[in-house]
Write a protein that binds this ligand. Structure first.
Ligand code: GLN
Length: 545
């Protein structure tokens, strides 16, 4: 294909309608038709990236291979399309303004008055096109964050207007709206959609396709009405009904011919139908599990649906792989103590201790890990979860009284987790952690080697503290064995408990690399161990009776 085509996805009426999932589904369908595709998210907030945002503000922060801290929608993009994203795939107003202001300071605007139009909009357009040129893609899907009518998204909508004019048929605007059902009237209502399209028109953008999020089926008559009021053909009004799983959405969108409509708009008249056989296989396994397990996820943001998004999704992938339904029981780390740990972890087949920052909830995590270690309960510690396992083992097995991470106790007599040397000189918080993909060498005698089936792995990171090498020998002798090493910087990346059926702590974040096409081997293996634990529990209960 000669020229890159641009698909813009805007949203109206309300936030949280699932623009990210629609964008990811479009990418999935086009990829399944054999096109090369990338997806980008433009976020209207002024932060440079979500790295410094509290999870309460914006859910999980997703980390890319190149170490960008990005919006969690990029996780969906990767999980659906199986294509890694990068810093260029997530642009914020902060990045745009910072770049324009830097250019102004360097005198690059040659004395011009620097304005929103054209300088800010040119920078936005440049960032969109740059991505296309970098990867030589057939399609770039660009999701515009926020809702049309928001003051802060205006420059982005203006950039779309200009690009639409400049690109002509190589550009498609997909507008996602809500068609609410009013219980009292017993009817679906199209008026909010009409108003939302009018708002878009006020900025000079006519959508080509309208995707209507709805909880009930939209009749042909209603589609015709939306088409008439919004200047699109009835076939370009796409129903997007609430789905059981986000992974149903690509198939639902294909059934509604969203991909076909997009191709029609960019004048691609011949294309192979999407090959969705593997996706359908995955969905079948997901919906027809042969067994069921419960994993406890201990963290401090358990009341937030999106705080551990990638971990949740990784369990969905690994569960489907094992034909097993994985129930996640979220347990607040601050609610666990010695007196109730047995009660809190009752009925679990595995325990995952989540990543995190700050001392809140640490003692609860340590308490839960002690239980898992002593009771052969499969345990998976990710980043902070791994660090807590090291602290627990230090205090309770190696008898290093008061062992801690210097993140929580600067004066601990046993700093078993300590700040990395390179971090000690850094003062700013944004983008200053050890971020992104680093290689790790596995011990060939370890369980990890069996799981990965290679001794050279690469995983993504987001941390400042590390296993303190001064304690390596006593941990090794004590049985919590360092089995993964970053050779270049001599950093311990993985610990594994000898003699336990499955007790692994990793300094990195495997959850960022799990996709539908490639479920992560560590999650697959952990789920298997939990299934085995459940089977043994059942057997021993049977014997007791
Ligand atoms: N707070 C820990 C560190 O900075 C762990 C970080 C994490 O869990 N992502 O090292």
């Amino acid at each position: 294909m000669s020229k890159t085509k641009y698909i813009f996805v805007t949203g109206g009426v309300a936030s949280s309608l699932g623009k990210g999932i629609i964008s990811a589904s479009i990418a999935k369908l086009l990829k399944a038709r054999g096109f090369s595709v990338t997806i980008q998210k433009l976020d209207p907030y002024i932060n440079i990236d979500p790295g410094t945002l509290n999870p309460y503000e914006h859910g999980e922060c997703f980390v890319t291979e190149d170490g960008a801290e990005t919006d969690l929608d990029l996780g969906h993009y990767e999980r659906f399309s199986n294509v890694p994203t990068s810093q260029a795939n997530n642009i914020t107003t902060g990045i745009i303004y910072q770049s324009v202001i830097n250019k102004e300071r360097k005198g690059e605007y040659l004395g011009e008055t620097v304005q929103v139009i054209p300088h800010i909009t040119d920078e936005i357009k440049y960032r969109i096109m740059l991505l296309a040129h970098k990867g030589n893609y057939d399609f770039v899907v660009t999701e515009i964050g926020g809702t049309v009518g928001d003051i802060e998204s205006l420059p982005y909508i203006e950039a779309v207007r200009q690009m639409r004019w400049e690109l002509g048929k190589n550009c498609v605007v997909v507008h996602l709206t809500l068609v609410p059902y009013l219980g009292a009237a017993g009817e679906l209502k199209t008026k909010p959609t009409q108003h939302s399209v009018k708002t878009l028109l006020e900025s000079g953008v006519q959508p080509d396709i309208i995707v209507c999020r709805t909880e009930r089926h939209i009749s042909e008559g209603m589609k015709n009405k939306i088409a008439l009021f919004c200047n699109v053909s009835p076939t370009a009004v796409i129903e997007c009904i609430d789905a059981e799983s986000i992974y149903d959405v690509p198939l639902l969108m294909h059934a509604e011919n969203l991909d076909g409509e997009i191709l029609k708009k960019v004048r691609i008249l011949k294309s192979q139908p999407p090959d969705l056989a593997d996706w359908e296989k995955f969905l079948f396994k997901l919906k027809n599990p042969k067994k069921e397990i419960t994993i406890g996820l201990v963290g401090k943001y358990v009341e937030l649906k999106d705080a551990y998004k990638s971990i949740n999704e990784s369990f969905i992938h690994a569960g489907a792989f094992n034909e097993c339904k994985v129930n996640l029981r979220l347990i607040h780390s601050e609610s666990i103590d010695k007196s109730n740990v047995v009660e809190k972890l009752k009925g679990l087949n595995g325990l995952l201790v989540a990543p995190g920052f700050g001392h809140r909830g640490i003692e609860g995590k340590i308490c839960a890990i002690k239980y898992a270690r002593e009771n052969n309960l499969p345990f998976f510690g990710i980043c902070l979860g791994m660090q807590c396992a090291v602290i627990e083992f230090g205090r309770n097995v190696l008898k290093l009284k008061g062992a801690n991470s210097t993140e929580f106790d600067k004066n601990t007599p046993y700093p078993v987790i300590d700040m990395m040397e390179v971090q000690k000189k850094i003062s700013g918080l944004g983008g200053t952690m050890r971020l992104g993909a680093y290689p790790c060498k596995l011990k060939k005698t370890s369980r990890l080697f069996d799981i990965y089936k290679t001794d050279n792995i690469s995983e993504r990171h987001r941390h400042r503290y590390e296993f303190n090498n001064e304690f390596q020998d006593i941990y090794q002798k004590g049985g919590l064995v360092p089995v993964g090493l970053n050779e270049k910087d001599n950093l311990i990346e993985i610990v594994e408990l000898k003699g336990h059926p499955w007790f692994i702590g990793v300094q990195f974040h495997p959850e960022f690399k799990s996709t539908v096409a490639n479920p992560h081997p560590l999650f697959i293996s952990f789920v298997k161990a939990a299934i085995e634990y459940a089977r043994k529990q059942k057997k021993s209960k049977g014997l007791k009776r």
